[in-house]
Design a binder for this molecule. Structure first.
Ligand SMILES: *[C@@H]1O[C@H](CO)[C@@H](O)[C@H](O)[C@H]1NC(C)=O
Ligand SMILES: *[C@@H]1O[C@H](CO)[C@@H](O)[C@H](O)[C@H]1NC(C)=O
Ligand SMILES: *[C@@H]1O[C@H](CO)[C@@H](O)[C@H](O)[C@H]1NC(C)=O
Ligand SMILES: *[C@@H]1O[C@H](CO)[C@@H](O)[C@H](O)[C@H]1NC(C)=O
Ligand SMILES: *[C@@H]1O[C@H](CO)[C@@H](O)[C@H](O)[C@H]1NC(C)=O
Ligand SMILES: *[C@@H]1O[C@H](CO)[C@@H](O)[C@H](O)[C@H]1NC(C)=O
Ligand SMILES: *[C@@H]1O[C@H](CO)[C@@H](O)[C@H](O)[C@H]1NC(C)=O
Ligand SMILES: *[C@@H]1O[C@H](CO)[C@@H](O)[C@H](O)[C@H]1NC(C)=O
Ligand SMILES: [Fe+2]
Length: 455
């Protein structure tokens, strides 16, 4: 809460002046939340229940289906039988005169759990900035939803992304979700750790189903751009589950091939004024690995005169001054940070740490293990790093911050909430963080982010 204005001003001064370090002291928020233990919503909670009716389509969520924004992946589950796997869609409500695509159907097992029928259908050839209705289900239960395609990517385009991480399925998770849905986000950047099903014995995958029902009221209507976190690994070798990310990759499809990626764990899309690059903290990223080779190629093809904003999503943050998961992002920072600085990435969102933090533009690219220059430098030509691992999961909030607050840390607080990244034009964006206790109009922290390429 408090006084966002002086901090906006402060970031302006920082970005516009060459003598960095003028706004030295960051804020460790003095806001004191009510300390309460988070438990998961019961399986019969109305927000987690399956829709009524035989084989009713459920767990509906969508994702961008191509690199450009003219395709959408529709994903849903039928529990009783495969059904016809069709999606009827068109610009008119009610499905009259609409055309259809037929999805592909998958099932998987996890220890002694067997999934329902997981459907993924890709709709292509859509118009930009257009509202489409789509209908799922055949026979006596049909359900209709809608989505709006993004504007065509060009220099001066406005678009608003939400940012959520580490959501889980507690009452706090629901509060975050409802708070986000009351705001203006047009697509959600999800920075990993989705259901927390893996905290249950045998990673009870029924908790993947309940989670996918929880998020449907948002995720069926706007894309949730997925990043995998450690809770998506579902690695349980003692029970025969040795393939990492099995539930995650079966349930959530992303258009990784469209950006020449060879793995759904890392990919890139253009959406309106932004290119979004999704990386995997839990896949190999060292020099010469597939992810490393891909990232360099994906950065090279970005045309900032078409998508002026360059956003990176990762689960484990590269900069974090909370004690929780302190330093875990360091291996990836060493490998990838030079790329992020060289290619003028604007902002990097991460989760993992169950708290909120925003840095000033910061880099540590000069540190080479021998030169002793190991203090991250506030550097106008480096990305801003934001941690929003505070979606509200069963593990609760992060342990207290490291002290004193590092000079690159602009604002930090351990409360549940979500972020909003509002791109206004090709030079200015506004990032704000909204804690769950406040009304949707209240930004507990906000900062103007100046485009790295154009300023
Ligand atoms: C459906 O198509 C028919 C024939 O082309 C047309 O008369 C009717 O208006 C259409 N309905 C809607 C809702 O667009
Ligand atoms: C799976 O195994 C666990 C432990 O043996 C048991 O409690 C549970 O009921 C089983 N679930 C199914 C669907 O068989
Ligand atoms: C829906 O259809 C199925 C089979 O076609 C039938 O068994 C079931 O009773 C119907 N359910 C309702 C609610 O009408
Ligand atoms: C969302 O908006 C509705 C209607 O204005 C309001 O009743 C509700 O309290 C809001 N919920 C949250 C979580 O902000
Ligand atoms: C994918 O590869 C093709 C062919 O080399 C290239 O034209 C295109 O720009 C690449 N796309 C991305 C997003 O890297
Ligand atoms: C600041 O960033 C630039 C790249 O834009 C880099 O060359 C320079 O070394 C960085 N300075 C520090 C102190 O990290
Ligand atoms: C912040 O920077 C000042 C001036 O360079 C330095 O004296 C101080 O030790 C730094 N504080 C931290 C926490 O790094
Ligand atoms: C972008 O928007 C900001 C804030 O509204 C404004 O100050 C700035 O002049 C705009 N830049 C351009 C290039 O239109
Ligand atoms: Fe995590």
């Amino acid at each position: 809460m408090g006084r966002p204005f002086p901090w906006i001003l402060c970031v302006y001064v920082l970005l516009l002046s060459s003598s960095a370090g003028r706004c030295r002291a960051g804020i460790t928020s003095s806001y004191r939340r009510k300390l309460a233990w988070s438990v998961d919503l019961p399986v019969d909670d109305p927000h987690l229940k399956a829709p009524e009716g035989y084989n009713a389509p459920q767990q509906v969520h969508i994702h961008q289906g191509d690199y450009e924004g003219r395709a959408v992946i529709i994903s849903w589950v039928t529990q009783d039988e495969p059904g016809d796997g069709k999606v009827y869609y068109g610009q008119v409500q009610g499905g009259e005169n609409s055309t259809f695509v037929t999805g592909q159907t998958y099932t998987y097992s996890f220890y002694n759990y067997t999934s329902g029928f997981l459907h993924h259908a890709v709709i292509t050839g859509l118009e930009f900035s257009t509202k489409y209705f789509y209908t799922l289900g055949s026979g006596n239960v049909t359900r209709e939803f809608w989505f709006t395609t993004p504007p065509e990517s060009k220099l001066d385009t406005a678009y608003t992304f939400g940012v959520i991480g580490d959501l889980g399925q507690t009452a706090d998770s629901l509060a975050t979700l409802e708070h986000y849905m009351n705001g203006s986000g047009q697509a959600l950047l999800f920075v990993g750790d989705l259901s927390y099903a893996d905290v249950y014995p045998y990673h009870d995958n029924n908790r993947w189903d309940t989670w996918c029902r929880l998020i449907e009221p948002s995720a069926a209507y706007q894309p949730w751009i997925w990043t995998a976190g450690n809770h998506e690994l579902d690695f349980l070798p003692e029970f025969g589950e040795t393939i990492p990310f099995k539930p995650y990759t079966h349930r959530f499809h992303v258009p990784f091939r469209a950006s020449n990626s060879t793995s759904p764990m890392w990919y890139s899309i253009k959406r309106g004024p932004a290119t979004i690059i999704v990386l995997s903290s839990y896949s190999a990223f060292g020099k010469y690995t597939p992810q490393y080779v891909w990232l360099e190629a994906a950065l090279k093809v970005v045309d900032r005169t078409v998508t002026p904003w360059l956003i990176v999503l990762i689960h484990a943050p590269l900069y974090n001054t909370h004690a929780g998961h302190y330093y875990e992002g360091e291996p990836m920072r060493v490998i990838f940070e030079p790329f992020f600085v060289q290619y003028k990435v604007d902002i990097i969102f991460a989760g993992h740490v169950h708290a909120y933090e925003r840095t000033y533009p910061v880099s540590n690219v000069n540190y080479n293990i021998e030169d002793g220059q190991c203090t991250p430098a506030v550097n106008v030509s480096a990305p801003v790093y934001v941690v929003v691992g505070d979606g509200g999961n069963i593990e609760g909030l992060s342990s207290p911050s490291t002290r004193p607050q590092a000079n690159y840390s602009a604002f930090r607080e351990e409360s549940f909430g979500h972020g909003v990244f509002e791109i206004q034009n090709y030079t200015h964006a506004l990032f704000s963080w909204h804690r769950n206790q406040d009304g949707v109009q209240v930004a507990a922290d906000s900062a103007v982010i100046l485009n790295q390429f154009f300023s």
